[in-house]
Design a protein around this ligand. Structure first.
Ligand SMILES: [Zn+2]
Length: 456
């Protein structure tokens, strides 16, 4: 069910800025009659009574999207709230579910009996969903004038509510799902100490920084290749509910400049609903090999570019790449393949060798231990943890020694031309361009704004 016409108008009236898109309410369930009540914005004197009644706005939208391009006629003062909360209603008594709670206990806390509880769960939907309640969720009770239970509301998340309402024929169930408002946000940072510090200074959560790094993980070695002066910009979604930030949505487009080399990626969702990142011309960002064989988050988070890292050449005729990292740092397979060796190998110590098709082979040495299930003959996926950094064999300190072979000869994975995979098909190109142009244009606009700001 969509909101009624009247509610639509209400929402419309409160829509002020294209930057704060219209919120939608999707409701499902049989009871339409109850719906109008649920959309009522409750009087302010009750605002403190339930947690759904406070409609806080981001005080300054520019804080969440520092240089969001201003729509020509948007007046910041009218950037109000997208929608009233649908759930608030007078006389809800809310209880946050705690560890060890059960339904019976919560009814008791609300001053109700097991009999009241059984009346509610006589409804099959109620029984099914209230069978499993989790700490942190909310159960709210509404009483009628006689102090009898009139309705029970179960908030499974901030976006999903179930309401069980008393009728002459027992309790009725209704599901209300809310759709968050999505804002496009922008970030830019120049790296002068570490990727994580730069991201944090630009106001990015660690998970968002990781997501950004993962998009470029086939092109940039985030453990070894990051240099002072590298930079990144991104356009991503932030999800809001009632003016309060819920979480981040997807990164829509991003650019990473590594040692002067520029990489650009844009998110594209195909007709099957599967999303991946591509270059603006439709080549996949995914490649057969990841650039970093170690969990770089563990390294990068305390990686200082100004500090020189000791390079440990412990094996004679050194022919690989060394990643200094503390013992126990996860090591990842850089490509899909089959383990052809997992065991001790002379000065290499505990070593895993993976064969990738006919042409490629990778080697990981000095491991402290192997990941579970990794043994000669097992198949591994790209990014899968195969073992942990150590200093077994001839190593003077904990590090991963990594070698990359092409047709049996050690090569530098950076300079070896590798096959491209999964480019956008010609027949899909129009769809791809139609979907990605806006995000890329937004990224470019933002970069121009940032550059202007820097030039000032
Ligand atoms: Zn080495």
């Amino acid at each position: 069910m969509e909101p009624t016409e009247k509610q639509r108008k209400n929402n419309k009236a409160q829509e002020a800025s294209p930057r704060f898109p219209k919120g939608h309410l999707i409701t499902a369930g049989a009871l339409c009659a109850l719906l109008p009540l649920l959309f009522v914005v409750i009087p302010t004197e009750d605002a403190a009574a339930t947690r759904h009644t406070t409609y806080e706005l981001p005080l300054d939208l520019s804080e969440t999207s520092p240089a969001a391009p201003e729509a020509p006629d948007s007046d910041p003062a009218t950037v109000a709230i997208a929608e009233p909360a649908p759930v608030p209603e007078r006389n809800w008594h809310e209880f946050t579910i705690k560890n060890g709670d059960n339904l019976s206990l919560l009814f008791q806390r609300a001053g109700l009996s097991d009999r009241d509880m059984y009346e509610v769960i006589a409804n099959k939907d109620a029984k099914d969903s209230l069978r499993r309640i989790y700490p942190g969720q909310t159960l709210a009770f509404k009483m009628d004038a006689d102090g009898k239970l009139a309705a029970l509301r179960y908030d499974t998340s901030k976006l999903s509510h179930q309401i069980f309402t008393k009728t002459d024929a027992g309790f009725d169930a209704q599901q209300i799902d809310r759709t968050p408002d999505i804002i496009t946000a922008f970030r830019h940072a120049e790296i002068n100490s570490s990727l994580f510090l730069a991201g944090q200074q630009a106001g990015m959560e660690p998970a968002l920084i990781m997501e950004l790094a993962n998009i470029f993980g086939w092109d940039v070695d985030f453990a070894l290749d990051i240099r002072e002066g590298d930079s990144f910009s991104l356009v991503y979604e932030e999800r809001f509910l009632d003016g309060e930030k819920l979480d981040n949505g997807n990164i829509l487009a991003a650019e990473f400049v590594n040692q002067g080399k520029k990489f650009r990626a844009v998110r594209y969702e195909n007709e099957a609903g599967i999303a991946h990142y591509f270059t603006p011309t439709g080549d996949s960002m995914r490649k057969e090999f990841l650039r970093t064989p170690v969990d770089f988050a563990r390294i990068s988070s305390h990686f200082n570019l100004r500090r020189k890292h000791p390079v440990l050449h412990s094996i004679r005729a050194h022919k690989g790449t060394d990643y200094a990292a503390s013992t126990g740092t996860p090591i990842r397979a850089t490509g899909d393949g089959k383990v052809i060796h997992a065991g001790r190998k002379g000065g290499y110590g505990n070593t895993v060798i993976i064969q990738h098709g006919q042409t490629y082979r990778t080697l990981y040495a000095h491991m402290s231990k192997y990941a579970r299930g990794v043994k000669t003959g097992s198949r591994v996926k790209q990014g899968q943890i195969i073992g942990y950094v150590g200093s077994t064999g001839l190593a003077t300190g904990p590090h991963l020694h990594y070698e990359f072979y092409v047709n049996g000869a050690v090569r530098n994975p950076v300079t070896v031309p590798l096959p491209k995979a999964n480019a956008i098909a010609k027949s899909e190109m129009n769809r791809f361009l139609a979907q990605t142009t806006t995000a890329l244009a937004a990224l470019e606009n933002y970069q121009k704004t940032t550059q202007l700001a820097l030039a000032d």
